[in-house]
Design a protein around this ligand. Structure first.
Ligand SMILES: NC(=O)c1ccc[n+]([C@@H]2O[C@H](COP(=O)([O-])OP(=O)(O)OC[C@H]3O[C@@H](n4cnc5c(N)ncnc54)[C@H](O)[C@@H]3O)[C@@H](O)[C@H]2O)c1
Length: 422
């Protein structure tokens, strides 16, 4: 039985523990947890049947206890991953899975990679998209050579207006100084995919973007500080928190309902506890009157040398959450949306085919999350896996470096920035 320790029993930590429990319960188990929110710790311990002596509220005690399991999952917030992964190495963990982004500072990514090598440990990063069938099959088509070399890529992440408001205006990732720039928080997966598909190092970047819409200047007439605070614009506002989190039948049934625990901290959130959270907490604030500063749209143009380029765009302004990808190669192209059942391969002067990657059209990255854990458990059990499909810390560093350079460029008004420039 593979034993797993988790630091950070929030949304991600508990999702991974659930995948382990419900899909791999015979081969693996979460046996230790560190979580500094008392309610979250208590509920997590109960749900996953973790022994009281293996539940920790303080990271110092958790790491001082030494290596408690075969693997450590670091699922705390963006600016703690580096500290917790380094502490995990020092405590003797030889297998550590770290949530992305590793750190807003690429130097910390490099230091973690070096420390892992030094300790002869394996540090992997949760770039879940690489594990989904959709992107894995795209990579297989590219690697087959059928389309010749990749010349250019155009990739867009449509975050979804409601998801953006939840995470990047009202929520955890709204301020760069607290977590990360939105490009890093939301798109280090995408940039990782792009450099994986390109198969060559990025040489320079240029980036434009910013916070255009979610500001006080765009507040409708009569907007109050809170949706439940007598807001005169509530009825026609797509961001009305009561509608998004409580009333809307579509989102209530899917994405936003899933986020009830974010609002209330409890796995057993009710309509009453959510309403209380919306009246008092951050998720009931007017989207035009928050303390957010991260970009709501950003484009990054990357130069991969020999005239090969890629363009990535992140934006808040879409009705649904999905990514579009267009890969332009010497002898053909790949086009697709990751919310569909597959992508299309079109050969110049030849035919066209659909590569099916799933049976039903779904959005989000749950499939990637599930396959990530499946691959991770294989690795822990010593079963065969493909090294180039594993997102090691070394494979992650380039995506974080590209984003750091893109942020420098954006703050310089789109100037070209060489990779590694400061
Ligand atoms: N791989 C992906 O696709 C993906 C998707 C979403 C988020 N993320 C990343 O995963 C990470 C976690 O996101 P989340 O949505 O689960 O956030 P979350 O806030 O729900 O979870 C983080 C948890 O860590 C706990 N915590 C914080 N500091 C701690 C400490 N010092 N000791 C113990 N516990 C501590 C918090 O109380 C919280 O419960 C973030 O870095 C986020 O950017 C990754």
């Amino acid at each position: 039985m593979v034993e797993i320790a988790v630091i950070g029993a929030g949304m991600r930590g508990c999702e991974y523990m659930s995948v382990v429990k419900y899909l791999h319960g015979r081969q693996a188990k979460a046996t230790a947890v560190c979580e500094n929110n008392p309610l979250r710790l208590k509920e997590t311990a109960a749900k996953f049947a973790i022994a009281p002596e293996r539940c920790f509220a303080d990271e110092k005690d958790f790491f001082a206890a030494g290596r408690l399991a075969d693997a450590l999952l670091v699922c705390t917030q963006d600016r703690s991953h580096y500290r917790h992964a380094m502490a995990g190495l020092a405590a003797g963990y030889k297998n550590i899975l770290v949530e992305k982004p590793v750190s807003p500072d690429p130097e910390e990514c490099r230091r973690l990679a070096a420390a892992a090598k030094e300790a002869d440990a394996r540090v992997l990063v949760c770039h879940v998209l690489r594990y989904s069938n959709y992107y894995k099959k795209i990579k297989e088509v590219l690697d087959s050579g059928e389309l010749g070399a990749v010349v250019a890529i155009s990739h867009t992440e449509n975050v979804g207006y409601f998801h953006f408001a939840h995470s990047f205006v009202r929520g955890n990732w709204r301020r760069e100084d607290e977590t990360s720039p939105s490009l890093l928080a939301k798109c280090c997966h995408d940039i990782d995919l792009i450099q994986w598909f390109m198969g060559a190092p990025c040489q320079s970047v240029s980036s434009l973007g910013g916070l255009a819409y979610f500001t006080a200047a765009n507040a409708p007439q009569g907007a109050a500080d809170r949706c439940l605070g007598g807001c005169a614009a509530k009825k026609h506002c797509p961001y009305d928190a009561e509608r998004l989190y409580i009333k809307d039948p579509f989102y209530r049934a899917t994405f936003i309902k899933y986020l009830g625990r974010v609002l209330t901290d409890s796995m057993k959130s009710t309509k009453a506890s959510k309403l209380k959270a919306l009246r008092e907490g951050p998720y009931g604030r007017c989207v035009y009157r928050c303390d957010n500063d991260v970009a709501d749209h950003q484009s990054v143009l990357m130069d991969f040398g020999s005239g090969r380029t890629a363009l990535h765009t992140m934006n808040a302004f879409s009705r649904k959450m999905y990514r579009t990808t267009h890969i332009m190669c010497e002898k053909g192209e790949i086009t697709g949306r990751d919310c569909d059942t597959g992508f299309r391969v079109k050969i110049f002067g030849g035919g066209e085919r659909k590569v099916r990657t799933r049976f039903i059209p779904v959005t989000g990255h749950l499939e990637g999350d599930i396959r990530l854990i499946e691959s991770y458990l294989k690795l822990l059990e010593g079963k065969p896996y493909r090294e180039d499909y594993i997102t090691s810390i070394d494979a992650t560093v380039p995506s974080h470096e590209i984003i750091a350079a893109a942020e420098i460029s954006r703050h310089r008004g789109g100037a070209k920035v060489l990779l590694g420039e400061r």
